[in-house]
Design a protein around this ligand. Structure first.
Ligand code: TPP
Ligand code: MG
Length: 517
């Protein structure tokens, strides 16, 4: 096409990614990305969402990918911007969320002079990416981006990072690149299927994760397999997304506390893993194993992460003639009476207010831990966890999920300390008019770490406890939210929390509830 010669590299990239199905760009750009900002503006092909810190950008892109089932593109500024995005890129990588990062860099001729923002961008990218490439010319940058997109959208999803030297963005000669087939999934092995089939029985665990948990038909079929064989179903502790609630199989998750996890897994002699790895403790502790299944347990990896877990479930069902289970839903949580926000009442207030189609963002850590069990019979909803243990994902993950699903209410179960890492995502929620209700669990401490401190046998003095305390000065989340355009309300009563949450989810736009614990 003749007019392609008039296109610069940046525009060819934006046009090609748009043709490849990318609709949203989460961005915090700088000078080296101005060509891309200009191309996004000129083409108007993508919704551009500004995050006021790169950890917001990467967390939002993760939330978007988990709910849209396809990647957003992020726009990040050189090594420092990319490094700021790091913790939530890490969470996204563990979630196997598809994502394509475009990271600007200096032009080659500028790099040798060690300008202030010069640093090793490829090295920074390599830590949190599955695929890294540096664009070389204006006429190949779009093809590079499309290759990155194919890597990102494969099975499983991956983090692809394309480094774009500024001059390649501005040079003419950009060429449109056509979409490419994504990679995977790798075929299942019939021999492993046969082994898995013969392993099923009352002392067997089926541990399923990944795409299986996102597909109610697969989890219902798994429930049928479990019922027919006596095997037990479980899911990993943290997952990209679980589709759950009424009419869906209720699959318990491996608990976080190591002793509880070991105890629950102790009965199993065989474990069939479907898009899941052998369960591992968050941390090593003295006199505790790293791996949580009993040592003598035979592990059969039916589907690795790069294989299709849903097809594996179907293959198991076909082999034994299992049908989808008829399910009886657990009863719904009762609306709590007026009273303080102790864990049971707090959990009930939330679980009883969940509307159909809610997207739960779970960064609750030590609070409201019974929402999970109390909401198994709630109207169908999605549940998104923090997958890589790097706290500070809740506010941006919520924003991204709401961008992907504007018609669904997002409810963030948000620990206070974790909220403070990326609280500025509230501003993005306000600016984009996103229907996110954030419930801050204001226990005014790093409570989880207090438990950990006692677990390692420490006898903490004031300096140690001071490092885990958020009271001096007290955080005022209502004022913090108001300063970013998000209205809010402080509550200390369970019945009032239920009412406030029920109202907030039907109101458009963001809202913050500070629950005083
Ligand atoms: C990026 C990152 N930094 C630090 C930690 C260590 N860490 C784990 S829990 C925690 C405090 C959590 O406090 P809060 O969010 O208030 O939850 P609570 O324990 O009070 O329920 C910290 C700092 C982490 N997991 N990730
Ligand atoms: Mg806390």
């Amino acid at each position: 096409m003749k007019d392609q010669t008039a296109m610069n590299g940046a525009e060819s990239l934006v046009r090609s990614l748009s043709a490849g199905g990318v609709e949203v760009c989460f961005a915090n750009p700088g000078t080296s990305e101005m060509q891309f900002v200009d191309a996004l503006d000129r083409t108007r092909l993508m919704r551009c969402v500004l995050g006021l810190f790169e950890g917001v950008v990467s967390g939002a892109a993760d939330g978007y990918a988990r709910m849209a089932g396809k990647p957003a593109v992020t726009l990040l500024h050189l090594a420092p911007g990319l490094a700021n995005a790091g913790a939530n890129l890490h969470n996204a990588k563990k979630a196997r969320s598809p994502m394509l990062n475009i990271v600007g860099n200096h032009t080659l001729r500028h790099l040798r002079y060690d300008a202030p923002l010069t640093a090793d961008v490829p090295a920074t990218a390599s830590v949190f990416s599955d695929w890294v490439r540096t664009a070389q010319t204006a006429d190949t940058i779009a093809r590079d981006a499309i290759e990155g997109l194919a890597v990102a959208t494969g099975h499983p999803g991956r983090i692809a990072t394309l480094i774009a030297p500024a001059d390649i963005g501005w040079q003419e000669g950009g060429m449109i690149a056509s979409p490419m087939q994504p990679h995977g999934p790798r075929a299942l092995d019939p021999q492993v299927i046969a082994r898995a089939v013969s392993a099923l029985g009352p002392d067997a665990l089926i541990l399923c994760g990944g795409t299986v948990l996102e597909d109610p038909a697969s989890t219902r079929l798994l429930a049928g397999i479990a019922r027919q064989t006596g095997a037990k179903l479980m899911a990993p502790g943290s997952n990209r997304r679980i589709e759950r609630g009424a009419g869906r199989a209720n699959i318990p998750r491996i608990p976080y506390p190591i002793d509880m996890a070991i105890e629950q897994l102790a009965p199993f002699r065989r474990a069939v893993l479907i898009e899941a790895q052998p369960p591992v403790a968050f941390f090593a502790y003295p006199n505790r194993p790293s791996l949580l299944l009993p040592e003598a347990c035979e592990v059969i990896q039916l589907a690795e992460f790069d294989q299709d877990g849903r097809a594996a479930v179907q293959a198991l069902a076909d082999s034994i003639g299992a049908k989808s289970a008829r399910l009886t839903d657990p009863s719904r949580a009762e609306i709590p009476q007026a009273g303080p926000l102790q864990d049971l009442a707090l959990s009930a207030a939330i679980a009883s207010a969940l509307p159909e189609g809610a997207i739960i963002i779970d960064e609750s850590l030590t609070s409201a831990n019974q929402v999970d069990s109390m909401s198994a019979g709630a109207p169908p909803h999605s549940w998104l966890s923090i997958t890589g243990g790097a706290i500070g994902i809740g506010p941006p993950l919520s924003a991204g999920a709401a961008v992907a699903c504007p018609e669904r209410p997002v409810i963030a179960l948000q620990a206070d300390g974790s909220a403070m890492y990326t609280l500025q995502a509230l501003w993005t929620q306000a600016r984009e008019g996103l229907n996110v209700t954030t419930i801050i669990f204001a226990n005014k401490s790093y409570d989880l770490l207090k438990h950990e401190l006692f677990k390692v046998g420490a006898n903490p003095g004031p300096d140690a406890l001071n490092l885990l305390d958020l009271r001096r000065p007290e955080l005022d989340f209502i004022s913090l939210a108001a300063g970013m355009g998000v209205p809010g309300r402080r509550v200390d009563c369970a019945a009032e929390l239920h009412r406030t949450l029920s109202d907030a989810v039907i109101e458009p736009g963001p809202f913050l509830i500070e629950a005083i614990l």
